[in-house]
Design a binder for this molecule. Structure first.
Ligand code: BDR
Ligand code: CA
Length: 339
């Protein structure tokens, strides 16, 4: 059984990652912590509260983090995720308040309460975890494992030519986290899921149609694969409708980037790595983050060969099998919605 602290900037693919975890009977989210990223932190918090509500889990604690990165001015990306951060999905208002503690306090308190038991999964900028590490530098020794969606090692990046969004939003936080985790033993090094691999996880309209079928939508309610921009959402099952409405926006964004009508679902892949439901290969590396650099601020740099004379602080995911990811993800989420 995997018990998780998730730290998200919900976000279309963050929402899918949360749903995947909720759907897995072997997983338990002990808290969902919100960070500023795709949209401002208050909107991320509202999105996370209402998303967990429509996923049938209004009981999961949702805590908010800092309004701003450690040093950098806040950037958000409504172009990618929509004005509210969930594409065209129209989610209900949350029917409960956020947690009374901050995200950083939750990291500290939960890892003290459950030492050695919790897996951390961060699918947004690393601001909350960096703030928590400033409060308590021993967190790395109390986590079972940390899984990060972030970075890119064979450029190009998706934010600057050499940087990935989650690191680029708060490079100082990312650096503090990588530095702090250099104390953990080799078998508990952070697992880093960079763009190099997550961009191979391409979700297509056919996957959405398959999900709708698995979730119990009848044929005429499911989504047309041929005419993605004109497709109808599955009206009978609200959660399927929300997923389809969110992904329609995300796929249009990727289409407008010249990538075709598809979506890179980075964060659900990182969730699968945390759950162990996808095969993957890793390489040990010392990861550091460029904080200066006229062209390269926010770039993740990996030393694979010990050139810096420092011990590895990460296991970088370097390969996977996307069809296996989709088979398991669609089946798990589809049957959760159906039942
Ligand atoms: C990451 O950036 C965000 O927009 C996505 O949610 C994902 O976590 C990919 O670079
Ligand atoms: Ca994210």
């Amino acid at each position: 059984r995997t018990r998780l602290i998730v730290d998200v900037d919900t976000g279309i693919d963050d929402a899918l990652a949360l749903l995947y975890l909720v759907a897995d009977p072997e997983a338990e989210i002990v808290a969902a912590l919100c960070t500023a990223g795709n949209v401002p932190v208050d909107q991320v918090t509202v999105n996370t509260l209402s998303w967990l509500q429509v996923c049938g889990r209004p009981d999961i604690e949702v805590a908010a983090g800092s309004q701003v990165p450690l040093v950098a001015p806040l950037m958000t990306t409504e172009d990618t995720h929509g004005p509210q951060g969930v594409g065209y999905a129209e989610l209900p208002e949350p029917n409960r308040p956020r947690s009374s503690r901050t995200a950083a306090e939750a990291w500290v308190e939960l890892t003290r309460q459950h030492p050695g038991e919790l897996t951390g999964l961060v699918t947004g900028p690393l601001t909350n975890l960096a703030l928590a590490l400033r409060l308590d530098p021993e967190i790395p020794l109390r986590l079972r494992r940390l899984v990060i969606m972030g970075g890119c090692f064979h450029h190009p990046g998706n934010t600057t030519p050499t940087s990935e969004w989650n690191v680029a939003v708060d490079p100082e936080a990312a650096k503090e986290v990588f530095d702090a985790f250099s104390v953990v033993p080799a078998d508990r090094r952070p697992l880093v899921c960079p763009l190099d691999v997550t961009e191979s996880i391409e979700m297509h309209p056919g996957h959405v149609a398959q999900l709708a079928r698995l979730a119990g939508c009848t044929a005429d309610e499911t989504l047309s694969v041929d005419d993605p921009r004109g497709q109808r959402s599955c009206s009978a099952v609200p959660l399927v409708r929300h997923i389809a409405d969110a992904l329609r926006f995300y796929m249009e964004f990727h289409h407008d980037q010249g990538l075709g009508y598809l979506a890179h679902v980075h964060d659900p892949f990182a969730a699968a790595v945390a759950l162990g439901t996808v095969p993957y290969r890793t390489r040990p590396a010392t990861v550091d983050v460029e904080l200066d650099g006229r062209l390269t601020r926010g770039t993740t740099v990996a030393d694979l060969y010990g050139m810096w004379g420092r011990e590895p602080n990460s296991d970088i995911v370097v390969g996977t099998r996307p069809p296996v990811f989709f088979e398991r993800f669609l089946e798990r989420v589809g049957s959760y919605i159906r039942d």
